[in-house]
Ligand binder design. Sequence first.
Ligand code: GAR
Length: 196
Amino acid sequence: MLVSGTGSILQALLNACQSEEFGARIVAVGADRDGTGGVEKAEAAGIPTFVRRVKDFPDRMGWDQALTRDCAGYAPDLVVAAGFLKLVGQDFLSQFGGRMINTHPALLPAFPGLHSVRDALAYGVKVTGCSVILVDAGIDSGPILAQQAVPVLDDDDEEALHERIKVVERTLVVDTIGRMVRNGWTASDRTVRIGS
Ligand code: GAR
């Protein structure tokens, strides 16, 4: 798993993985910065961790290659980005494309990017939500695996709305990954179906 922040979605997955029936386990957690709650949570659970900071490399491609090597070393079936605030590059996608998942706090294709909750509030939408997608080379543009709506309340601010989205998002991510690992999936152009 790849994280940049508090790692509450990671924690939800760690909890789900306690049960063998879930069908998956987390082999490692990587971050793009020091001191993340996500890495702390992984360490507390005894999961191997690594940190790869862009600023430690002469260019972005060098970082991408190192991150690819780090992840490949754990031979994951899936790579899950949960609150990972970096775009991966060509090397990473050539290794993990089609099996890298990202979760995003908006109903894509509306409000891609880093400020999706703020952007949804500023637009005045009455319903927003979260999307679990396969990662492609664009910004939050990959095929959609699952989505769930969350109503916007009149007195919502960015923090309150994001927290309500994350409650739904944690369950959606766990459910989607569980179904993928247990049942497989097929992708045809933009349409992905989980299970047969
Ligand atoms: C989640 O809402 C996730 O969708 C968002 O960061 C949060 C991570 O929460 N990701 C993005 O905005 C990526 N564009 P967490 O650190 O508590 O799991």
